[in-house]
Design a protein around this ligand. Structure first.
Ligand code: NAD
Length: 304
């Protein structure tokens, strides 16, 4: 494959481009910011450039990871978000169809678009059980411009697939960024502790995120169109929902009896309450992708 990767200077893109090359594919990175994995410095908003790159570089597959995302909500306008995340996605889709050479498209979406204000409010907002979130979850009520534009971009993908048959897979990826941003869940003074906890229900490594895109590229023509949550496998089940809200440490101890001792050695703690769980079992069933790193591997590392 000769894959156009948008957002190639970003955290995911600069991990995915070398992975594609190691797997024997060619990759062309496109990003407004220069970087080691970026071959074309430019924007998906520039339709002429998008056309030129797809045709001139003989692109036959696209991973669209470039976006304005959560950290930029504070610095960019809603209009910027619509231009990049919605119009930019449409530019890529329509130019892919018009070129006639592209036979697969993978869109990096986000689990964030499933999080309404109510879900985010969790126990404080009166939730009696953790929300169990899989691909069938409705209604989608994203709480900020990031989620709204990612949802619209998903709809653009769905529409272009329906009209033109372009195979498109939507990967609703949970968090893989290195920094902390969610004060509702963060544990003061320990980013490592926070991230370790999140592997139970809302995180994956950037390497697993990149690998999921590689697997999705291979599967897209066979699948045609579908939406997949991508997150580390959770040990929990929907039956744990009420207890996860009320006493998350007790639930975790049932699945991992030695976690309290391993955590205590580091002075780590578990979140008191867990408000949502992303269920990534569909992508495992349908196209055989499971993250390599989950909470069990985090504990293995602590044991070692
Ligand atoms: N980081 C996470 O935890 C996370 C979680 C879920 C989904 N995602 C999604 O994964 C993708 C990659 O995220 P990331 O963490 O690598 O973010 P990042 O900010 O590190 O990378 C995004 C890249 O997109 C580029 N970009 C911005 N505007 C663009 C434009 N107009 N045209 C082309 N590229 C443009 C940026 O310059 C940046 O290099 C995004 O689509 C994001 O929404 C990220």
């Amino acid at each position: 494959m000769n894959v156009l990767v948008t957002g190639s200077s970003g955290w995911l893109g600069r991990t995915l481009v070398p992975l594609l090359r190691r797997a024997g594919h060619s990759a062309v990175g496109l990003d407004p910011a220069p970087g080691p994995a970026t071959d074309v410095v430019g924007s998906v908003v520039d339709r002429g450039l998008v056309r030129e790159v797809i045709r001139g570089r003989e692109i036959d597959a696209i991973v669209h990871a470039g976006a304005l995302h959560k950290p930029q909500v504070a610095t960019h306008s809603a209009t910027d978000f619509v231009a990049v995340n919605v119009q930019g996605t449409l530019n890529l889709l329509e130019e892919a169809v018009a070129a006639g050479t592209v036979d697969r498209f993978v869109f990096t979406s986000t689990t964030s678009l499933m999080i309404s204000r109510r879900i985010r409010a969790g126990k404080v907002g009166g939730a009696r059980a953790a929300a169990w979130l899989d691909e069938s979850m409705t209604p989608l009520e994203p709480r900020n411009i990031y989620g709204v534009t990612k949802r619209s971009a998903e709809d653009m993908c769905r529409l272009v697939h329906a009209l033109h048959g372009l195979p498109v897979l939507l990967l609703r990826t949970s968090r893989f960024f290195p920094e902390e941003d969610d004060m509702a869940h963060a544990i003061a003074q320990s980013a490592e502790n926070t991230k370790a906890n999140e592997f139970l229900f809302r995180r994956l490594t950037v390497d697993d995120a990149a690998e999921a895109h590689l697997v999705a590229l291979a599967a897209a023509p066979r699948v045609g169109f579908d939406t997949y949550i991508v997150s580390a496998p959770t040990p929990f089940s929907p039956a744990d929902g009420a207890e996860l809200i009320d006493n998350a440490p007790a639930v975790v101890a049932r699945y991992f009896p030695d976690y309290p001792a391993l955590y205590a050695r580091r002075g780590w703690t578990m979140f008191d309450s867990i408000d949502r769980v992303y269920d990534a079992s569909k992508i495992a069933r349908d196209i055989g992708f499971t993250c390599r790193t989950g909470f069990a591997q985090v504990l293995d590392a602590l044991r070692a």
